[in-house]
Design a protein around this ligand. Structure first.
Ligand code: UDP
Ligand code: MG
Length: 309
């Protein structure tokens, strides 16, 4: 019999957890010969999420929970869930029912057919979401797919069913800064995407402000592309070429009209400021990568577990 592990990161989701559990259970009942196990990961919630998980665990021994010592972020929660999952298939889902459980049978059929190693879901629209946020996400996908070899499907959610082989590949990536969208793509394997229209959260509120999303996107770019580093090289080459032209101009002017007086201090200051700014920008970019190396070599754990059952 196949076993499906359901990995669910939760942060302040006391209302969603019971709704999620019953919705998923209802769908799974229809799939024959499939045993399910749940791995709820309590990512340092401040509400009674953990109590809700324990309640479910009392009733159903297929429910497990991992509770972190503090909030470590969704990526850490996903990692913890994947490390503990024992099924030969694993599905990762948000608890707020924005990842529709009704797709589970279809995902299972597709993956079971052996044609695919992973079945993901992507939103084809962002109805009900902040316009500015959607605009930024579109730009993010355009940029990262241009500058990184790791391609990310626009609108792809983390909602994804994977074979054991693919899960092991994901777990073999030990990086500290975990950008799952990139990791799922980096490991390769054959993925099928199911499409659907955006669904709003069933309860609670998203914790992702536009600023937080922006930082997340910048991190993802630094994790999966070195193009920003090359930017420094190109800026350097460009200003070098420009200065050669400037020197040429000065020499020619000296020859053509030797008596011309000194002028142009304003433009000089402008140029110094320009170059200085570009240098700081480049140092800043390098700093981002150095910071990432720093975090990685410190080799801190991705998360710390307080309770688990
Ligand atoms: N989440 C988490 N840790 C966090 C933030 C979010 O585990 O620090 C969980 C959250 O409970 C939910 C999922 O990650 O199950 C997606 O979060 P959210 O719905 O806020 O994001 P969105 O759907 O807006 O992308
Ligand atoms: Mg959500």
């Amino acid at each position: 019999m196949d076993k499906l592990s359901i990995v669910v990161p939760c942060f302040n989701e006391e209302e969603s957890i019971p709704l999620f559990y019953s919705a998923v259970n209802k769908v799974l009942e229809k799939i024959l010969n499939l045993e399910a196990e749940y791995w709820f990961v309590n990512d340092g919630s401040k509400d009674s999420s953990l109590a809700k998980m324990k309640e479910l665990r009392e009733k159903d021994k297929h429910v497990h929970y991992i509770s972190f010592s503090r909030n470590f972020g969704k990526e850490a929660a996903l990692y913890a869930g994947l490390q503990n999952a024992t099924g030969n298939y694993v599905v990762v889902m948000d608890v707020d029912l924005q990842d529709p459980p009704k797709f589970l049978p279809k995902m299972y059929d597709l993956i079971k057919s052996g044609q695919y190693d992973s079945v993901g879901c992507r939103r084809v629209d962002r109805k009900g979401e902040n316009k500015f946020k959607s605009f930024l996400s579109d730009k993010f996908y355009a940029v990262i797919n241009k500058i990184s070899k790791t391609q990310i499907v626009p609108g792809a959610r983390d909602y994804r069913m994977m074979t054991r082989q693919m899960v092991n590949a994901v777990l073999s990536m030990k990086e500290y800064s975990r950008f799952s969208k990139g990791i799922f793509s980096w490991v390769g394997f054959k993925t099928k995407y199911l499409e659907y229209h955006n669904i709003e959260r069933v309860a609670g509120e998203t914790d992702w402000t536009t600023w937080k999303l922006f930082k997340y996107a910048m991190n993802g770019i630094a994790d999966f592309s070195q193009a920003p580093l090359n930017l420094a090289v190109w800026i350097g080459l460009f200003s070098f070429a420009l200065s050669l032209l400037g020197i040429l101009f000065i020499i020619i002017r000296k020859i053509v009209s030797p008596a011309s007086s000194v002028f142009g201090w304003a433009s000089l200051v402008a140029v110094i400021l320009l170059i200085g700014g570009l240098q700081l920008l480049c140092i800043g970019i390098i700093g981002r990568y150095v910071g990432k190396i720093y975090l990685q070599v410190k080799n801190r754990p991705v998360y710390i577990v307080k309770e688990k059952e």
